[in-house]
Design a protein around this ligand. Structure first.
Ligand code: F6P
Length: 488
């Protein structure tokens, strides 16, 4: 269906990152695939359709790539070719757009993270960050999309991604008459009431911006319902809950859920790479009888501290496990230029250290925290866990819940928050927890560790079946199918 269309992806991050050569260490330049769920999902689409990927230059390394062309033709070290057209808003505007409005303001709203009695305090500086940061960067991205669209004779098909770029669809539609736009939101969509934290002009601009698209995609059916209710309650628009459409300026916009997934073949191949096998050998040197694992960015939404508190309760209740179990938190540093994120990482390390001080004995340390970005080590960890804890407060999808069980070799059990988007698909094969209830989570961890082999195997097979059938290519084909139906 893409034959007569010119695909363009617009996202905050590029699908790859430059690690410049380091003459002191003698390391060469590397072009590596970017991290995060969005890049994982979209890079397959971009690489196979030769789409132009419009991204925001985040740092010096991105600015160096920007000089290589518009779009720059870039090949990552695994041989995948991308065409990336950057925009450079400059440090100040980027900071306002990324570190003030997108994260934390929008991110915290969309994951229900605000402690509303105290925060956020919305004032003139928020308005300034909105105008000079968020809207300005959205405008730059929209202009670049329009430029790339005009460089081709084919009809542009624009895939706008996520909460950083809500205003792009309407901005693009204003400029291009013949265009198809799909906006996919990777994070949860909260209730209309919770959106009212934002002043009306901002929250309405967000929805008006998105309604510039033809199709708006979310991760779950709950997000779809919340979005339709937001259109109806907050903006007074006409929506059809059954048909899942919003009527807007004479157009019917489709609102659908497409649960994002992983590249099953790629992850399965990665799991057999020599680097992963080497990591597995190093894990085997300290792996205890029982291994509980979590793999997460150090994000407040991931609920890392309550995970430790639950584990502590399990240790309190089951002294027989002392010495035989380790909770390994393998964490990827995230958004460390934002105060709340730095403080959170400090809190995570502090709680782990306190629990270790209380319970360690005779060479046994109950919690192991590693803060590192290393996909090979994460894959080796996935292969080795007995229980995988995925207990986010709220999460759009959470791909760890799909990646871990797919390549695990030890019949590991998934303990999964009912508020993770992946729960809609995988919940019946996982042990479900309320992420706030640390007693329930403690019991779930224990149940996971002590479950009989046959049940563990059945549950893991159930998850694998779902992930294999609904892998990333299906996520893409479902979206293309709807676009085909819509375009005719
Ligand atoms: O959709 C959430 C997301 O944007 C994903 O791409 C990824 O999981 C994560 O957030 C990355 O965030 P950042 O680009 O701010 O590090």
């Amino acid at each position: 269906m893409l034959r007569h269309l010119h695909p363009i992806v617009a996202a905050n991050r590029a699908p790859l990152a430059l690690q410049p050569a380091d003459p002191y260490r003698g390391t060469p330049e590397r072009l590596v695939k970017g991290s995060g769920g969005l890049v994982t999902g979209l890079s397959t689409l971009a690489a196979t359709t030769e789409a132009v990927w419009v991204a925001v230059a985040r740092d010096e390394a991105d600015r160096m790539l920007m000089e290589r062309g518009d779009p720059a033709e870039l090949v990552t070290e695994d041989g995948t070719a991308y065409r990336v057209a950057f925009v450079d808003p400059g440090r100040e505007a980027y900071e306002l757009y990324y570190s003030v409005i997108s994260n934390p303001l929008l991110w915290f709203i969309q994951h229900y993270l605000w402690d509303l009695a105290r925060e956020p305090v919305v004032d003139g500086s928020t308005q300034e960050a909105w105008t000079k940061g968020y809207l300005a960067v959205n405008e730059l991205v929209a202009e670049q999309v329009v430029r790339q669209a005009r460089a081709s004779r084919q009809t542009p098909l624009v895939f706008v991604q996520d909460y950083q770029l809500y205003c792009v669809p309407a901005m693009v539609r204003n400029e291009l008459r013949d265009v198809r736009i799909q906006h996919f939101v990777h994070v949860p969509w909260p209730t209309p009431q919770y959106w009212s934290i934002l002043p009306r002009r901002m929250r309405d601009a967000i929805v008006d911006g998105m309604l510039g698209a033809d199709v708006i995609g979310f991760q779950t059916s709950r997000d779809v319902r919340n979005f339709l209710m937001t259109c109806e309650d907050n903006l007074g628009l006409t929506v059809d809950m059954r048909e899942r459409t919003v009527l807007y300026e004479g157009r019917a916009i489709w609102v659908r859920n497409y649960p994002i997934s992983i590249d099953v073949n790629e992850l399965t191949r990665l799991a057999e790479r020599p680097e992963v096998l080497a990591e597995e050998r190093s894990i085997a040197e300290w792996r205890p009888k029982h291994l509980i694992l979590r793999v997460d960015r150090t994000d407040l939404s991931k609920n890392i501290v309550r995970g430790f508190l639950a584990y502590e309760r399990m240790l309190e209740a089951h002294r027989e496990l002392h010495g035989d179990v380790v909770f390994w938190a393998f964490l990827q540093p995230s958004r460390q230029d934002i105060d709340d994120y730095r403080a959170y990482l400090g809190n995570v390390l502090g709680v782990a250290a306190r629990i270790n001080r209380t319970y360690s004995r005779g060479g046994w340390t109950p919690i192991r925290v590693e803060v590192e970005e290393n996909m090979e080590r994460a894959a080796a960890a996935y292969k080795s866990f007995d229980v995988l804890l995925v207990n986010p407060i709220y999460d759009g999808m959470n791909l760890v819940a799909k990646e871990g069980p797919l390549i695990n070799r030890t019949c590991g059990v998934l303990v999964l928050s009912e508020n993770a988007g992946s729960h809609e698909e995988l919940g019946r094969h996982a042990i479900t927890v309320n992420p706030f209830d640390v007693d329930e989570t403690a019991e779930a961890l224990y149940l996971g560790l002590t479950m009989d082999q046959q049940q563990r195997q059945q549950r893991q097979e159930g998850i694998r079946e779902i992930v294999r059938t609904n892998d990333i290519s299906r996520w893409i084909s479902l979206q293309l199918q709807d676009l085909r139906e819509l375009i005719g």
